[in-house]
Design a protein around this ligand. Structure first.
Ligand code: SF4
Length: 67
């Protein structure tokens, strides 16, 4: 799982930071940082964003897939 964050559409409402319980979303010097390895309720954090600036994507596997 990887978080995609679009800084250009983020309005810095900090709802995602408030929703973060375990340091997965940090606000520092006017910027927001995501630590995906933290055990957050990421679906809740993503859904709380009013402008959909946060998205979740599955990590691509580096294993070869045989047909
Ligand atoms: S909830 Fe969305 S708009 Fe608000 S600070 Fe987080 S990413 Fe930005």
């Amino acid at each position: 799982m990887k978080i995609i964050y679009d800084e250009k559409i983020c309005v810095r409402c900090l709802a995602c930071v408030s929703e973060s319980e375990f340091g997965g979303v940090i606000y520092e010097r006017g910027r927001i940082f995501f630590e995906e390895t933290r055990a957050e309720d990421w679906n809740e954090i993503i859904s709380i964003c009013p402008v959909a600036a946060i998205k979740k994507v599955a990590e691509a596997t580096d294993k070869a897939v045989s047909c």
